[in-house]
Design a protein around this ligand. Sequence first.
Ligand code: AMP
Length: 279
Amino acid sequence: MTRVVRTRAELRDALRDVPRPIGLVPTMGWLHDGHRALMQRARTSDATAVVTIFVNPRQFDVAADFMQYPRNEERDLSICEAEGMDIVFAPDASEVYPPGFDTVVTVGAMARPLEGAARPGHFDGVATVVAILFELVGADHAYFGQKDAQQVMVIRRMALDLAIGTEIIACPTVREPDGLALSSRNVHLSPDERTAASVLHRALVTARSRWEGGERSGDALRATMRDELGREPLASIDYVSVADAETLAELDRVDGPALLSVAVRFGTTRLIDNEALPG
Ligand code: AMP
């Protein structure tokens, strides 16, 4: 049986005397097979598996995006149950952020480019809520999706810098058969936009195969992604990036491990995806 708890006190109570290690899967709900893959990793590796479901207002730079974020707690809880999770923490904002809350975790250079530049304040919101959740759960392991590659890097940096003992484990991106990365936001796509959205992965794979063919120019690889995305009339490019896998600085030449990433809008829906180049 999955135990659903809503307050800090109930969570503390539920965690009393549970076997270790404790694995944590932080989510914003509207759970899909990408989240399930994280839960399965936790279930296999940890004696106690905890999922958090919290649409974190602090990581949305646009209020409308927060309001429109899809929610279906009943369905989410049945998925957690089916995946054999021990505890679900589904708090209200007032439980996560106590009255008078006035502390923010800010990660530096790693959080500035890409999503950080496109969504001001986003990673402050992410780092802050994740630090709180790590502390509340006392997790030994926490599972994150490689789909949000920069998020994984920001959280690793934060955990290292703040001496948080939780080990961060990145899990591969789960995709639809046409390559589209699963995302809670996909539900907002119209049928035509949904078909068009496979272009993100196509652009990344095309650039990756040019890199495999020996192309090392950052500009050429960025142009490859722009060209591929440009072929899809419903896609509006937010950014394309070929960045150093350690620092996320844009690269002139790809001489080591790198990260290809794209952010693309279809109407009001903004999707991201990435592909690692091992170097
Ligand atoms: P979210 O609910 O969108 O905040 O995502 C919660 C966690 O699930 C994050 O660590 C995401 O990176 C991860 N995630 C989201 N989509 C996928 C996916 N398609 N494959 C693997 N992990 C994912």
